[in-house]
Structures are given as structure tokens and as C-alpha cells.
Design a binder for this molecule. Structure first.
Ligand SMILES: [Zn+2]
Length: 314
């Protein structure tokens, strides 16, 4: 069955005929971003079955020591399709997978590459968060993107990155740079100085509203400032199209600054959460994909916290 690019009708036919697993392909979008360096660019959606959960970015670099992946996708199916793409480019062994943070869409494909002998690298905090929250998150994913999550299982990282590190792979030396309390408690970016490519993980959302349920908004804003100061030429965000200019960070930075201000202003005006949620989202943020959903998630999390902080400060 020809399912590239995937269409709803094609997906429904595949489900109905019982041939989805093994035959249906998700049409991952692979982009060559520099020498030896590729990105997978997912759709700007949430976890939904309609696209098989293909809603995140990832990437890989072909080096003399083997292939290094940055993030492993949401499901076993996505990871297996990444592997098919990698094999179109290189038959080198899979040397390592770097988990930029613990979220499912960046880690749940780990088992596919671990089975091939790849080291799975993360910070200790990411391993700990996956160990404690992973089992429930796996259950959620099986519900949300069924049947595409079939065979997806938790695989914890086995190689610990405890500080900024240079991974020397011969022709590519990858700088692993750690951030605490930003998009999550522990985020990592991968910078290849030889090509100027920065894999920023979910410290950067491009064209969609940032997901903040596990975030420290002030820390995240500082992290983006640090990324802006780095000498990258190409930035692969965790979500959205590849960025080739620092101006691409403007909307994200403005949104991360605006969000707590909007909540504080609403609290100070004596509003309740529903008053704030009923207000229109200002331009240019109203143009971001998923903004209403992400704004609602952010307000539900941060409104009570900011209210407590502001009233205690009086
Ligand atoms: Zn994330």
C-alpha cells in the first residue's frame, strides 16, 4: 500500500485492512541541514493518531565513529522509520542516541537503537524523570496515538552526562551543553562547531507555542538568551522548521517574557483563571500553532503559582 505522503483515507484503509503495522509509513520529513547532518521535522500538532504521533523533531550526524542521533522520537514505529532513513544515507553502526530531555516525543524510540548496541546518553536527572514518570507516560501514549504506538516501551539511558561535555567522534566533535530549570528540569543541546549546527531540543519551539507544563519560565528565557549568543549557523528546534537566523528566536523570547506578565497583570486585576482564558491572545502570538491549547495549559499551571507569589509578596 502506498502511504506517502500519509492521508487520512490511507490511514483508515490501512487500519481497516489490518495491515497498518509494518506497511503503513509515517512519511517522516528528512532535511539535510549541513555536511553529514540531517534533521527530521515533525508536524506542528499535539500527540494525535492522525499523524501517528509524528509531531517532534530529531536528527542525526554521520561521523567516523558511527551515527549519532539527537532524540529518538515518540514511538517504536517512528524510531524504526528514522532508522530506515539513516540506512538510506549510511550503513555505519549507530554509535549513540542523545536524549535532550525526558519528554516522550524525544525518548520513547530509545529501545530501537539500544537493541542495535547504541549508547543512550542523557543527564542523570533525565534518567530519573523517565524512571519515575515514564511508565505513566507510556500508557498515555498508547492511548493517544493507538495503534501507532504498538511495541513502544520505556528504555532508560545508560550513559550519564554530568556536565558540559565534548563528544569526540573524529571528524565531528559534539559539544553537549546542559541547562537546568528551563523547558524542563534538565535540558541538553548539541552543538557541532565544525558545521555550525545546533540541535536545541525543546529549548526552541519555532512557529508553535512553547509547551510549559514542566518549565521554569525565567530559566527558559535565560537559556534562549544563551543560545542566541552561540555561534550557530543552523538551529534545529525541538518543534518547527529549521532556523537559519537569530531573528527566528524573537517570537519565542517575546512569548516567554509575555506569558508571566499577562498572568501577573490578570492576577493583579483581580481576575480569575477563566477571565484570563477568555481574553484574546495578542499578535503575533495568535499566529503560533497550538497557541490556544498551550496557553491554556500554561495558565492552569502558573496562574495559581503566580497568584500565591504575588499575594504573599504584599
Ligand atoms: Zn519537551
Amino acid at each position: 500500500m502506498a502511504c506517502r505522503p500519509i492521508l487520512a483515507a490511507c490511514l483508515l484503509t490501512a487500519v481497516a485492512s489490518g495491515t497498518l503495522w509494518g506497511e503503513g509509513r509515517l512519511a517522516l520529513h528528512r532535511v539535510e541541514v549541513a555536511r553529514d547532518t540531517y534533521a527530521f521535522i515533525g508536524e506542528q500538532t499535539s500527540f494525535v493518531a492522525e499523524n501517528g504521533g509524528n509531531m517532534m523533531n530529531a536528527g542525526f550526524i554521520v561521523t567516523r565513529r558511527g551515527v549519532v542521533l539527537i532524540d529518538s522520537g515518540l514511538t517504536r514505529k517512528i524510531a524504526e522509520e528514522m532508522l530506515l532513513h539513516i540506512r538510506e544515507i549510511s550503513d555505519a553502526p549507530i554509535h549513540a542516541v542523545i536524549n535532550t530531555h525526558f519528554h516522550p516525543d524525544h525518548t520513547f524510540g530509545n529501545s530501537v537503537f539500544a537493541a542495535l548496541g547504541a549508547s543512550i546518553l542523557s543527564t542523570p536527572a533525565v534518567r530519573e524523570q523517565l524512571a519515575t514518570e515514564g511508565p505513566q507516560l507510556i500508557e498515555n501514549i498508547h492511548t493517544l496515538v493507538a495503534p501507532w504506538a504498538e511495541g513502544t516501551a520505556l528504555h532508560l539511558p545508560d550513559g550519564m552526562i554530568t556536565g558540559d561535555t565534548i563528544l569526540d567522534l573524529g571528524d565531528h566533535k559534539l559539544e553537549l551543553i546542559l541547562f537546568e530549570n528551563a523547558h524542563t528540569r534538565s535540558d541538553m543541546v548539541v552543538f557541532d562547531r565544525s558545521t555550525g549546527v545546533l540541535f536545541a531540543g525543546d529549548l526552541v519551539f519555532h512557529g508553535s507555542a512553547p509547551a510549559t507544563p514542566n518549565s521554569d519560565l525565567e530559566g527558559w528565557l535565560e537559556a534562549v538568551e544563551r543560545l542566541r549568543a552561540m555561534p550557530w549557523r543552523v538551529l534545529v528546534p525541538g518543534h518547527g522548521p529549521v532556523m537559519r537566523s537569530k531573528a527566528g528566536l524573537d517570537v519565542l523570547q517575546d512569548y516567554l517574557a509575555w506569558l508571566p506578565q499577562a498572568i501577573d497583570a490578570s492576577v493583579m486585576a483581580g481576575d480569575d483563571i477563566n477571565d484570563l482564558l477568555a481574553q484574546p491572545i495578542p499578535s503575533p502570538f495568535d499566529q503560533l500553532a497550538l497557541v490556544e491549547w498551550q496557553f491554556q495549559r500554561s495558565v492552569l499551571k502558573y496562574f495559581p503559582e503566580r497568584e500565591m507569589r504575588l499575594f504573599q509578596g504584599r
